[in-house]
Design a protein around this ligand. Structure first.
Ligand code: ADE
Length: 244
């Protein structure tokens, strides 16, 4: 999989992408991620990439030309036309399901806006989709693009220790995760739940499932509507409800 990030701040992106799991996955060739500088494609002699909005108003607008030329150079370089996503608070809010679908694509490009936005004609002409990472506004699209690149990378084969690692996590199975503990057994007077020391695998699995259900019911009850629940899960949840 190849992800190209079109940005005015490639160093900012690289600072994050070179570290930890994503950094190692790039080194191991499990994913190719490039940070492309939109400014390298300006035809302005002062290297300007933005201008004031027609009709007046505050802030500056990113011009269509450098973004378009940056994307065309990318298409030429990769020999393909990547699926272009504009990171924007006006986009559809990102979900684990959408991330999974994007991780199945071979080539995507992420366009990061800045200032007051980009010229609308770029959205009409080359952008395939707009994605938001949540209902709040950031100063630019870089952090959202990094969130997306990170969440896609961890879904790629070979990146995590096992498929189980992400299948058991929050949102993948539509339930929140159960609590986890490591040494020491007693920390600040709080002890690890006995069942985890029992060595009884079936009991541990059942306890974890119940903890996941309980947490989801308490913190994100709406998630239970779409979760896959068996008879035992439903019985446990209605027992919990009666307790409250
Ligand atoms: N750019 C600014 N805010 C954003 C958000 N919430 N999601 C995606 N891109 C953004």
């Amino acid at each position: 999989m190849r992800i190209d990030i079109l940005t005015l701040f490639p160093e900012l992106c690289e600072a994050v992408l070179k570290e930890s799991i994503v950094g190692r996955s790039r080194e191991r060739g499990l994913v190719e991620i490039n940070s492309l500088n939109i400014r390298d494609h300006t035809t302005d002699k002062h290297r300007r990439v933005d201008d004031t909005p027609y009709g007046g108003g505050t802030g500056m607008i990113l011009q269509a030309q450098p973004i378009y030329d940056c994307f065309m150079a990318l298409c030429e370089d990769s020999g393909k036309r990547p699926h272009l996503i504009y990171m924007s608070p006006q986009g559809k809010v990102l979900t684990q399901e959408r991330i999974k679908a994007l991780a199945a694509m071979d080539n995507i490009a992420l366009l990061c806006g800045h200032y007051e936005g980009v010229d609308e004609r770029i959205l009409e002409e080359i952008v395939d989709e707009e994605v938001s990472i949540g209902d709040y506004v950031l100063t630019g699209g870089e952090l959202p693009a990094l969130v997306l690149a990170d969440s896609i990378t961890r879904m790629l084969p070979g990146v995590l220790a096992s498929d189980e690692a992400f299948e058991q996590e929050s949102h993948y199975s539509s339930l929140l995760e159960y609590p986890q503990y490591t040494r020491p057994y007693d920390w600040h007077g709080a002890e690890v739940p006995e069942v985890l020391l029992s060595g009884h695998h079936a009991n541990i699995v059942q306890w974890r499932r119940e903890q996941s259900l309980k947490r989801t019911q308490e913190r994100r009850p709406e998630m239970l509507k779409t979760a896959e629940l068996d008879k035992k899960d439903k019985e446990f949840l209605s027992k919990q409800e009666r307790k409250d």
